[in-house]
Design a protein. Structure first.
Length: 243
């Protein structure tokens, strides 16, 4: 190979490499990078652990929740204490059990007054499993990750933003997940309601600021989640994780 051909070949390799480096990150790639950061050992699918969450809201007593999730055995257990009332919700392979102040003997009126129902138990199961399983839960069936990754500034900081929509059976809200462009840590998420045509209602929904991290079974979870309305930035409350 003469020198001119050699140099041309080398230049072509360099150009191909540069093009590959400059190729925009896809939604699927961003999600994989974020999962690699938050769940580096691939523990989520076999997650079996417990943690406590303290919820602080304006003008209300704090609420303490002890959450146990065993994905392989399909067990979810939640014990909630606020003031002098303790409620317990358990889902075991689809079977529901409830308790009020450590007793399973309570009247319908007592259950109604304390939001104690199997419907609420399943709601809590889906809620906590989803939020503390992010971003891994974005690989669930019925979740659609948009291919285009946006770069946005939010509260004075730049992020890579992933958009997710869902099958109707899963949910109608549109979610956006904001990742640190250097580490791929999830630092904000935001959702909007939709109208009957499926269009985003920009004056609806909430955004959640994630600060600090705590490790639970080697998974990096947000230690504090502060909730705000999208439309007016009204502060709603903060969930604080204690492993």
């Amino acid at each position: 190979m003469n020198k001119s051909i050699y140099y041309l070949f080398a230049i072509c390799l360099i150009m191909l490499s540069l093009n590959a480096c400059n190729k925009p990150l896809t939604g699927a790639q961003l999600l994989e990078n974020a999962i690699a950061y938050h769940d580096p050992n691939g523990q989520w699918d076999a997650f079996n652990g417990s943690f406590t969450v303290r919820m602080e809201t304006p003008s209300q007593a704090s609420r303490n929740s002890r959450i146990s999730i065993n994905l392989q055995d399909e067990i979810f257990d939640l014990v909630v204490t606020r003031d002098s009332i303790t409620t317990k919700y358990t889902i075991n392979k689809g079977d529901c059990a409830l308790a009020l102040n450590n007793s399973s003997n309570f009247t319908e009126e007592m259950a109604s007054n304390n939001n104690l129902s199997c419907e609420r138990a399943n709601m809590y199961k889906n809620y906590y499993t989803y939020l503390y399983g992010l971003p891994m839960k974005l690989k669930d069936d019925g979740t659609h990750i948009h291919e285009t990754v946006e770069t946005k500034s939010f509260k004075g900081k730049d992020y890579l933003v992933l958009k997710a929509t869902y099958d109707k059976a899963v949910g109608s809200d549109i979610w956006y997940f904001y990742f640190n462009p250097e580490t791929y840590a999830m630092e904000v998420y935001q959702f909007f309601k939709t109208d009957d045509a499926g269009n985003q209602k920009d004056d609806s929904g909430e955004y959640i600021l994630l600060t600090e991290e705590a490790e639970v079974n080697t998974i990096k979870m947000p230690k504090a989640r502060a909730w705000y309305f999208n439309k007016d930035d009204k502060y709603l409350g903060t969930d604080i994780l204690n492993p």
